[in-house]
Design a binder for this molecule. Structure first.
Ligand code: C5P
Length: 310
């Protein structure tokens, strides 16, 4: 019988997304603080005679996910096989992805799938690739993939791929609203560049005040320190996001922000009960809205029944 391995990888949010200058390679320098939250994509790989990909959306629209070699999780399979010195004909997998992280939503869903695919294939093929090498492969796949492996709360520098854990003694409750349709990350960065035209870009830096609030695990202080330099660009492209953020604040969210390049919007609640109340109120408008907690662990092999949400 063919062997299968399932891995889970979390969605990421950025508590602080500081965007610096445009680099010669087309990426922007970042100073970001990532947090993994308890919304997981689930990737199962099974040894097979041909590589295939099946996607199931769990409350998310998967129609726009590429299923050819533009797919980051399939690229992860090829990259790991090559790195492990496997014969290409021995390294086919049938891949099944159950997606809960919104597609093109600003929560690194594609990166989560790639991180989970790396771990699942490493286990399936018994490669025992050292952690540092997996992190290097992850960085080659995309800026957010190393963080999806690491999880927790972490600082990200470089183009976001240089990650290191940050002391975080809190436990936070987020309400995650997923407006339909995605936003293209490169287009949001380009819109940001247009808004910044003529402005001298200071080097992006992670504020000490934010690191202090996380160390103290102080939700109310964190709420006042949430920053996303891409938010104005995302709201410029999708003005209704501005209304959604305002509605969440009016309904009692302690803090509200666009997640990464959007269009997912995040609302910080005081505790689990407040998150449930806010979710019910925001959900009245017919949007998919979920409650998630953070920080959550990074990508891991699934050993028991998988629920994917708290
Ligand atoms: O690394 P990733 O493939 O996720 O990046 C997608 C796109 O987002 C890049 O091609 C680039 O246009 C933009 N990007 C950027 N600066 C970053 C990360 C991403 O401009 N630090």
């Amino acid at each position: 019988m063919s062997r299968s391995v399932t891995a889970l990888a979390p969605a990421k949010i950025n508590l602080h997304l500081g965007v610096g200058g445009l680099r010669p390679d087309g990426f922007h320098t970042l100073a970001t603080v990532y947090q993994a939250i308890s919304v997981y994509d689930e990737v199962t790989v099974t040894s097979s005679s041909a590589t295939t990909l099946d996607l199931v959306g769990m409350d998310v629209d998967v129609n726009d996910v590429p299923t050819d070699d533009r797919n980051l999780a399939l690229r992860a399979v090829t990259l790991l096989a090559r790195h492990g010195g496997l014969d290409p004909s021995d390294s086919h997998v049938a891949m099944d992805i159950r997606k809960r992280v919104p597609v093109a939503g600003g929560m690194a869903g594609g990166s989560a799938d790639a991180a989970a695919a790396l771990l699942a294939c490493d286990e399936l093929w018994g490669l025992h690739t050292p952690r540092e090498e997996l992190m290097e492969l992850a960085a080659r796949l995309g800026s957010d993939v190393p963080f999806c492996l690491l999880g927790g709360t972490a600082a990200g520098t470089g183009r976001g791929e240089v990650v290191s854990p940050v002391e975080d003694n809190g436990s936070y409750w987020w309400v995650v609203a997923m407006p339909g349709g995605g936003l293209s990350t490169p287009e949001v960065y380009q819109a940001h560049d247009r808004l910044q035209a003529g402005v001298t870009t200071a080097d992006a830096a992670i504020p000490e005040t934010l690191l202090d609030a996380l160390r103290a695990g102080d939700t109310a202080r964190l709420a006042g320190l949430l920053v996303n330099d891409l938010q104005a660009a995302a709201v410029g492209l999708r003005p209704e996001l501005g209304d959604l953020l305002a509605r969440g604040r009016a309904l009692g969210a302690l803090g509200a922000m666009v997640s990464g390049s959007g269009p997912t919007c995040l609302f910080l609640a005081g505790d689990e009960d407040e998150a449930a109340t806010l979710r019910a109120r925001l959900g009245d408008a017919g949007l998919p809205v979920h409650v998630a907690s953070g920080p959550a662990p990074g990508a891991r092999i699934a050993t028991g029944p998988v629920t994917g949400r708290p």
